[in-house]
Design a protein around this ligand. Structure first.
Ligand code: ADP
Ligand code: 5GP
Length: 222
């Protein structure tokens, strides 16, 4: 309401802290698909683009999907403290560049991470309450394999390696705040959006609340 008792034409938006929104899953369960849908639908969140030493897949773009670097360059970045977290996954190195994430958070934006459980754990150790961790499960092992095969980005050997690792990745489900089953992609996406909306509303993130409530409680000027 305004001082004249009318509703303002814009809803009141209180200043809030940006959050680090992590999506993890066994490879092929659908986290990149959900991440893409979220980035398209939500203007307040941006993707953290990881660096990796793995070869580029057909259809991937350097700088957009990953920063593709060689092992010596990756090691240099580790030594320089350029990563917020990094880990070995499937015989390759993957890491989250620190500077872009810090810049986005400082601007009050949210950051989306497609990283594994090791990365989620490290981010949580560093940023604790600002991190929201979501784990995505496939509806079944057979369906996971079908998705990996039909994605068509990896040869049979790579698919087999990813399937062999799936159980060990799934075993980390209890290190997450939310666990979803991606059976129907639209349903799973809707659940992810609900989580993000609710997490943004948490009192601890609404830094504008202190000033706002103070104003509400102060006596009216005579
Ligand atoms: P991840 O990023 O977890 O490795 P992707 O997002 O690449 O997995 O998904 C793997 C494959 O499964 C892709 O071809 C994608 O289109 C498909 N996919 C994702 N979610 C579903 C779903 N709910 N039902 C059927 N296919 C799906
Ligand atoms: P892919 O090779 O399929 O793109 O990714 C393989 C795995 O590495 C996925 O589980 C993905 O979430 C994870 N990953 C991608 N980037 C990073 C990162 O920067 N850090 C960590 N810890 N894992 C990552």
């Amino acid at each position: 309401m305004t001082e004249t008792g009318r509703r303002p034409s814009h809803p009141i938006e209180l200043e809030r802290r940006g959050l680090l929104f992590v999506l993890s899953s066994p490879s092929g369960a659908g986290k990149s698909t959900i991440a893409r849908m979220l980035l398209e639908a939500d203007g307040q969140i941006e993707m953290s683009v990881s660096a990796t030493t793995r070869p580029m897949r057909p259809g991937e773009t350097d700088g957009a999907d990953y920063h593709f670097v060689d092992v010596p360059r990756f090691k240099e970045m580790v030594a320089a403290g350029d990563f917020l977290e990094w880990a070995h996954v499937f015989d390759h190195r993957y890491g989250t560049p620190r500077a872009p994430v810090e810049a986005l958070l400082a601007a009050g934006r949210d950051v989306l991470f497609d990283i594994d459980w090791q990365g989620a754990q490290q981010l949580y150790q560093q940023a604790g309450g600002d991190v929201v961790r979501v784990f995505i499960l496939p509806p079944s092992v057979d369906e996971l394999e079908r998705r990996l095969r039909t994605r068509g980005t990896d040869d049979a050997q790579v698919v087999a390696a990813r399937m062999a690792r799936a159980a060990s990745e799934i075993s980390h489900w209890d290190g997450y705040d939310y666990v979803l089953v991606n059976d129907d992609v639209e349903r799973c996406f809707a659940q992810v959006r609900l989580i993000l909306r609710a997490e943004r509303l948490k009192r601890s993130r609404q830094i504008g609340l202190i000033g706002f409530t103070r104003k509400l409680m102060s006596p009216p000027a005579m």
